[in-house]
Design a protein around this ligand. Structure first.
Ligand SMILES: *Cc1c(COP(=O)(O)O)cnc(C)c1O
Length: 375
């Protein structure tokens, strides 16, 4: 945040400075890991390891932390989908491992995906399945998926069921992870859960998924990386993909060590900042905003019940002559782009998530708002 090195890259490459008051957004670089994690990343870069040993031993360490059979650090959650699909298609077959896409050897390749889970998270889930050598078979309808809809699609060509646990999916009349796990178990078919942005690193494994996939930089706030947690054999098959299609998805020693450290901290010392600390940090900012004509601000707590406080800023269009959508656009212009949470814009409001914003940056945001409305 405003250090000399950061100033250098911004001017050297002519990059726009960003204040991220929107929370974790892939388009802004997701998250900024804690100092202990960045130190671990730097340490990892400066050492050599037997890489197979590093993957195996950090995986065992993570598995122990999460009370699971096995785990491995991978390059990202999308690569997790690709390699999990490939894992259940290839299994121990070396011919397929080296030649997944052009081999015409017959093996089951169908991946059953509830239709409402066939989403675009920034890239389509279906594209990841194809990359892993799978063929998407949708189950149910856009607005409904019942156990019988999944069961209707199971046949001798089924390789796995893929469940996407995400706010991106249709939430109406969907199966739970446990219900899906019960179907998978009944038919002896593996279950993959994409839980990329979810916060609970144990729940879906405990519900019976064979592989659960997380994105390293989202909730865990690690470096760019991913995590697969699951049953022993399934994770070994994922790891083996690094000798096949997994190679262009390689994660480096710094990512492996950085994410392992981030998971340890996430499980043992959750949340760097408490909600009350966020309130303390943003109270002067809120008071300043409330002194501006046509702007009002207050503390609001996270809708999903997490210990996160945000500043809700309302724009009175009649007074300032601009609505929230226009304010959002103007705040992204100029030398420093300010990004808010935008989903309440149609109500004339934005939320400022201050987890990645310093007190000095809150001051920059205040002055930018003031300058825009006083034009
Ligand atoms: C973010 C996300 C991904 C992709 O994660 P990466 O680590 O960026 O590859 C996949 N699935 C869902 C549901 C996501 O939210």
């Amino acid at each position: 945040m405003g250090s000399m090195t950061n100033d250098d890259v911004y001017s050297k490459y002519n990059l726009k400075k960003v204040i991220n008051a929107s929370g974790r957004m892939t388009i802004l670089g997701v998250s900024t890991p804690r100092p202990q994690v960045t130190e671990t990343v730097a340490h990892g870069l400066n050492e050599y390891f037997e890489m197979k040993d590093l993957v195996d031993k950090t995986g065992q360490y993570i598995a122990k932390l999460l009370n699971a059979e096995n785990a491995a650090v991978i390059s990202c959650a999308s690569a997790g989908i690709v390699q999990s699909v490939a894992a259940f298609i290839v299994k121990d077959d070396k011919e397929l491992l080296y030649d997944l896409h052009s081999s015409d050897k017959y093996v089951p390749r169908e991946i059953i995906l509830p239709k409402g889970h066939n989403v675009n998270f920034g890239a389509p889930v279906g594209t990841m399945v194809s990359l892993g050598g799978g063929v998407v078979v949708e189950a149910g309808y856009a607005n409904e998926c019942k156990p019988e809809h999944i069961e209707a699609m199971i046949n001798a060509d089924t390789a796995a069921i893929l469940y996407v646990k995400s706010h991106h999916c249709v939430q109406k009349s969907i199966l739970s992870v446990s219900e899906t796990a019960a179907i998978a178990k009944k038919h002896g078919i593996p279950l993959i859960v994409d839980a990329a942005a979810e916060e609970d690193l144990q729940a879906y494994y405990n519900m019976g998924a064979d592989i659960v996939i997380y994105s390293g930089a989202k909730a865990i706030e690690g470096p760019t990386s991913g995590l697969v947690v699951g049953r022993h054999q399934a994770i070994e098959w994922v790891k083996q993909q690094s000798n096949g299609i997994g190679r262009p998805m390689k994660v480096g020693k710094e990512g492996i060590l950085g994410l392992t450290k981030a998971i340890e901290l996430y499980m043992t010392e959750p949340a760097g900042e408490t909600g009350q600390q966020m309130v303390d940090k943003m109270t002067p900012f809120i008071n300043q905003l409330n002194a501006l004509n046509g702007i009002s601000a207050k503390v609001v707590w996270d809708g999903a019940g997490r210990d996160i406080a945000r500043a809700e800023i309302s724009f009175d269009e009649k007074v300032i002559g601009k609505n929230a959508v226009e304010m959002i656009k103007l705040m992204k212009q100029g030398d420093t782009a300010v990004y808010f949470r935008e989903y309440k814009a149609n109500e004339g409001k934005v939320d400022a998530d201050v987890r990645s914003v310093s007190a000095a940056q809150l001051d920059v945001i205040y002055h930018k708002i003031k300058a825009i409305i006083e034009v």
